[in-house]
Design a protein around this ligand. Structure first.
Ligand SMILES: *Cc1c(COP(=O)(O)O)cnc(C)c1O
Length: 354
């Protein structure tokens, strides 16, 4: 089976983990600090704050931006559920806005109509590694004085007009094992705002700056040095990983003829967390056919957030036609850096039989 994701662990990761084990210090320490420093540099921001997951990074980023019960946060329904759940954790309500058919991302033209007196923030999600139309989103945020929290969990290193994801607002990243780089489990918040960074650090560790004096309610979302050691090594590989993903995606772009392939604009630096095609016929049969041919094609995501059972109690029975249509058309194909030439040929040959 050609798998949909395949993390890479090399000598650098193994040596780094061994070093942590032998140091006798396993909890948040120098490796977390190193990962934060290098991650901030990669994003072109002043601060990066490590957490336990992308989900907790989003949660902390929202709290640090003052999102609280009764507030509304505008986001996309076409995403992994953690985007919407992190909004619910704060007591705020997710307000779902439909997506753009070509980019799979939130449609900025529909955002203004969803703004109410309760709206406090916009959470764009850079799905599949493709940054949202940030000029349009930042313009609306400025006009209505809204915070911007980027769900960049799938978009580490992705760019828009040469600016890196996570540098447009407060960024949240995942270092989960299937993401473009990983630390096993892990997350990262990015910001150039000193106050937000300080709040994130407090919320991450029980509101504690001075030992056992607690300035506010916080959580335990600290990353361990073991995880950070893997993350640092992976961050060193990011550029090469991204080049390999781009080469694989370019090969698909040139050779896949049977289905709708992603459309690209030149000012976007896609990092191809997923290579996602659209099938207008029987999508589920197409997935089955690919799986039987030894290709782990996967549907990200079969049910948009607003149509999840428990979410209906919160947002009601709303209709977002593009997200609903695309959730019935999308198929993600393996595009990860470990694919070899023969894997790529097999994928193209089988997809072109659809
Ligand atoms: C993976 C992911 C998350 C959550 O990250 P975890 O590390 O799994 O908690 C959030 N949003 C998106 C879009 C993701 O892909």
């Amino acid at each position: 089976m050609i798998s949909i994701s395949n993390h890479f662990i090399g000598e650098e990761e193994k040596q780094a983990v061994l070093e942590v084990l032998e140091s006798g210090m396993i909890v948040q320490g120098p490796w977390v600090a190193k990962l934060e420093e290098e991650f901030a540099k990669m994003c072109g921001v002043k601060h990066a704050i490590a957490t336990t997951s992308g989900t907790t990074a989003l949660h902390v980023a929202l709290l640090a931006n003052g999102i609280k019960p009764g507030d509304e946060v505008i986001t996309t329904p076409f995403t992994f559920i953690a985007s919407a759940n992190s909004i619910l954790f704060t007591g705020a309500k997710p307000v779902f806005v439909d997506i753009d058919e070509e980019t799979f991302n939130i449609n900025p033209d529909l955002i203004e109509a969803a703004i109410t007196s309760k709206t406090k923030a916009i959470m764009p999600v850079h799905l599949y590694g493709y940054v949202c139309d940030m000029d349009a989103i930042l313009k609306i945020a400025e006009k209505y004085n809204l915070k911007v929290i980027e769900d960049a969990c799938q978009a580490v290193g992705a760019t828009y007009n040469n600016k890196v994801s996570g540098s447009f607002g407060t960024g949240a990243f995942s270092l989960y094992v299937s993401k473009n780089i990983m630390s096993g489990e892990g997350g990262m918040i990015t910001t150039s705002d000193d106050n937000i960074a300080e709040l994130c650090k407090l919320i991450r560790a029980h509101g504690m700056k001075r030992r056992y004096y607690h300035e506010m309610l916080g959580y335990n979302f600290r990353m361990s040095d073991l995880h950070a050691a893997i993350g640092v090594s992976q961050l060193h590989r990011l550029e090469n990983f991204t080049i390999a993903r781009k080469q694989n995606a370019n090969y698909f772009n040139e050779n896949i003829k049977s289905v709708i392939i992603p459309k690209l604009k030149s000012n976007y630096g896609h990092v191809w967390h997923q290579y996602t095609v659209r099938v207008e016929g029987d999508r589920n049969a197409a997935v089955k056919q690919l799986n039987e041919a030894g290709i782990e094609a996967v549907i990200f995501y079969p049910v948009p957030a607003h149509k999840q059972q428990y979410m209906q109690d919160i947002v009601g029975d709303i209709h977002l036609p593009i997200a609903e249509k695309l959730s019935n058309q999308v198929i993600s194909l393996p595009v990860h850096p470990q694919l070899n030439a023969s894997d790529l040929e097999t994928i193209v040959k089988e997809v072109n039989k659809l």
